[in-house]
Design a protein around this ligand. Sequence first.
Ligand code: PLP
Length: 375
Amino acid sequence: MHAATILAQLDHVTDPSTGGLVPSIHPGVTHARPGSAIAAGYARSGNSGAALVESILCQLEKGAAAAAFGAGAAAAQAVLASLQPGDRVLVDTGLYYEFGRMIWAFAERFGLDMVRVDLCDLEGVARSMGVAATRLVWAECPSNPLWRVPDLAALAALAHRHGARLLVDATAATPVHCRPLTLGADLVLHSATKYLNGHGDVVAGALVAAAEDAWWREMLTAREMHGSILPPFEAWLLLRGMRSLALRMERVSATAQTLAGWLARHPRVGKVHYPGLPQHPQHELACRQFRDGFGGMLSFELGDAAEAIDLCARARIFRRSTSLGSPESLIEHRRSTEGERSDCPPGLVRLSVGLEHPDDLLADLAEMLCPAGRP
Ligand code: PLP
C-alpha cells in the first residue's frame, strides 16, 4: 500500500469503543488487570496514541519496531543511553548543530569515544573504522543545514563489515522521500516536531528499528526510565498532522525545487544547497536514494553575515524564525541561530519551505534580494 493511503486513513483506524474513524485519546495512567493477569499497563511504558504512531511509522519505514518520544532530542537521548562507556561513535561533521552539541556533552560526561567524520567521504569513513572498533555511525540524511546526502547503502555495508550499526536521522527527508532501513540502516530517528506533524504545534520524536533485538530493548528501557514517551494528547495531535504528510511533502518538495532553481540563477546568490539541483555534489546519489522529491529544506549563501541578516529582515511572507516542517515558510540566518561556535558559512540563509503558493514565496524572495528603490 502507498504511504499516502496508510497516512490518510491512519492505517484504516476505527476507534473500538465508538466505531469512529478518528482515534480516541486515552489519558489513563494505569489500567485494570484482566482476570488473573499480573501485568498492568502503566502509562510511562505506552499509550494507545503512541502505539498507533509507532505502528504507522513501522509500516512506512519497513521497520520491525518503533518507539514514539516526547521530542526528537528524547529519542536521541535513548540512543545515547543504550551505549556503554568507551563505545566508539562516528558522527557526521555536518550533523544538526544542537545534536552535535548534545552528543558531545554526553560523550564527555559518560566516556564515549566520539569521532567527527565527513560521512560523505566513504574512504575517510573506512580509514576511521580501521583505527578502532566502532559501535555506531550517526548520520543525517539530508544533513542540516547544508543538505548533504551520505550514501546510506554504502555506509550501512561499511558499518556492518566492521561490526557497527548505522543510525540515520531522516527528519528532513521523512519516509515519504527516503527509507533508510530499506537501504540497510539499523535505526531511523525522526524529530516528529517537524514534517511528520507538520503544523508547528507539537514537540515529538521517534525511533524505528530494523530489528527488535537486545540493543532495541535498551532504548525502550531508556524511554521508560527517562519518562520520555510521547504523551496521549501530543500523540493525538501528531496523528492528525500525519494524515496529510504525503500531500504536504509533495507540495513543499515541488516548491523548494522551484525556489532552488530560481535562486541558483540569481546574480546576487552564491552557492545554493539543495539535493534536487543537478549541481549539488550528491545529486545523482540523491536521485537514487530519494523518491518523489527532495524535501522542503534548502539553503543559499550571500556574501557575508551582514548581507544575510539584512535579507532575512526584509522577509514579508517567509516568517523569520527557526525550525522546519511547519505550514508557514521560515527563513533564518543560520549562524546566528547556532551561536558563536557554529562552523556554518557566515552568509548562509536557511529556508523551510511551507505550504503557501510558490508564486508568493518567489515574489518575497525577489523583493528581499532586490528591494524596490535599491540598485
Ligand atoms: N533532528 C533534526 C535534523 C532537527 O532539525 C531537530 C530539531 O531541529 C532535531 C533532530 C531535534 O528534534 P526535537 O526538536 O523534536 O527535539
